[in-house]
Design a protein around this ligand. Structure first.
Ligand code: FAD
Length: 391
């Protein structure tokens, strides 16, 4: 353990973690930072950043070498997410969508599916994760999209909503209720499939360089597009989200650190009533609390990543890291806007953007309430019975 120049905890890195952190730092400094404000204001998907991520090997960071990936640990993913998240959360979200989108294929794909789709992800083509529908986000048991057996294949019909990478992805993992088990089964649909329409893009408060869209589906596909066993789609999706939560926590830590750094620098340089802001206890104590919380959030996030023994991180550890780190980021960006005063409230200050980008971290990949529900169920299960899964 050590402490960095803004007085928050930093992990001791292994050689691969340090190497990939440096790769991410170089890209962030040279490619992402100069365009971060523009990506936000234009709302354009950062294809040039995807190209940079692909060229550097980051799109396949945690995928097997046999598919062209680098087979790095989740802790290395955390180092990358923190680094990019400090500067361009939109790009960080795009990057982590490559990691998360590939996981259902990695976990349940046939050899042919893995050969095909994981190689594509490494080459920079994203797989969208289509679980949410307009009437249901937190409760995937209410999904209405159906998959009905048709000849030797399936007719998948329905509508998905808030699909990350919508329109930018080359493939989508669509979760549909099959007519055999009446449970969710995952299907891999190509973006250019007949009957697949991407529309109704959301105009968002933050993460404006990412796309979220509607997906209208009426596709007939062969059985080799089914991903994993019949009726096992929900557990497949939740398993991917479990890893996604650790990456969301890492991005939250990066955003919190960036906001805190801005606030701390301002607090020592700005004077009021004859002294630096930080010497007024109301400001100094607030920054002390934020630094303490960021340190704790990073420790939890790194430990959650370290709990991964191949089948994914410990579920409770990932939920705890996600809920805590994303809420610490909320308090950190809020404190930064307050300490910077009007300057932090105005565009194009990075703190103004971080304030907007941070908010969704408490909603997606399972909201804060869903994480608390999962943690409470784990506590209950430990003491009296078995838990059930939530997003
Ligand atoms: C930018 C962005 C990207 C996204 N990307 C994807 C994606 O790639 N793929 C995908 O499938 N989805 C995606 N989503 C959807 C996201 O997963 C959902 O928004 C999320 O699961 C919450 O669902 P909801 O918005 O429908 O809220 P609801 O489920 O309607 O919940 C509303 C509020 O009520 C709370 N709540 C609900 N039930 C309970 C309860 N029992 N107890 C206490 N509180 C409760 C929730 O926590 C939330 O705060 C994305 C969303 C956004 C905003």
């Amino acid at each position: 353990m050590s402490w960095d120049d803004v007085m928050t905890w930093v992990p001791l890195l292994t050689e691969p973690e340090r190497h990939w952190q440096e790769v991410a730092e170089d890209l962030t400094r040279d490619r992402f930072a100069p365009r971060a404000a523009e990506v936000d204001s234009s709302g354009d998907y950062p294809w040039d950043h995807v190209e940079a991520l692909t060229e550097s090997g980051l799109t396949g960071l945690m995928l097997p070498v046999v598919h062209g990936g680098r087979a790095e640990a989740l802790t290395t993913g955390v180092a990358v997410a923190e680094t990019i998240g400090r500067v361009c959360p939109s790009t960080c979200t795009v990057w982590s969508s490559y990691a998360i989108g590939a996981l259902p294929v990695l976990h349940a794909g046939t050899d042919a599916q893995r050969d095909r789709y994981l190689t594509e992800v490494v080459a920079g083509r994203a797989i969208g994760f289509a679980l949410t529908e307009r009437h249901t986000g937190s409760d995937p048991s209410s999904v209405k999209t159906t998959a009905v057996r048709s000849g030797g294949g399936w007719r998948v019909t329905g509508e998905k909503w808030l699909v990350g990478n919508g329109g930018a992805a080359s493939f989508y993992t669509v979760f549909a209720r099959d007519d055999v088990t009446a449970k969710l089964t995952a299907f891999l649909l190509e973006a250019d499939s007949d009957g697949l329409v991407v529309d109704d893009y959301q105009d968002k408060m933050g993460l404006r360089g990412t796309t979220t869209s509607n997906l209208r589906i009426d596709c007939t596909v062969s059985d080799d597009r089914r991903l994993g066993e019949l009726g096992r789609g929900l557990s497949l999706g939740l398993r991917a989200l479990n890893t996604g939560r650790v990456l969301a926590a890492a991005m939250a830590c990066g955003m919190a650190e960036a906001a805190f750094g801005e606030a701390a620098r301002r607090a020592v340089s700005r004077e009021s009533f004859g002294g630096a802001l930080i010497d007024h206890q109301g400001i100094g104590f607030r920054l002390a609390d934020v630094a303490t919380e960021i340190s704790a959030a990073r420790m939890m996030t790194w430990e959650a990543a370290r709990s991964n023994r191949g089948s994914g991180p410990d579920r409770t550890a990932s939920s705890m890291a996600k809920v805590y780190a994303t809420e610490v980021a909320h308090r950190a960006v809020d404190a930064a806007v307050q300490v910077l005063g009007a300057e932090g409230y105005a565009k194009p200050h990075p703190v103004e953007r971080l304030y907007r980008d941070q908010r969704v971290l408490e909603i997606y990949e399972g909201s804060s309430e869903m994480q608390r529900m999962g943690i409470a169920r784990a506590i209950a299960a430990h003491h009296r019975g078995a838990p059930t899964a939530t997003t």
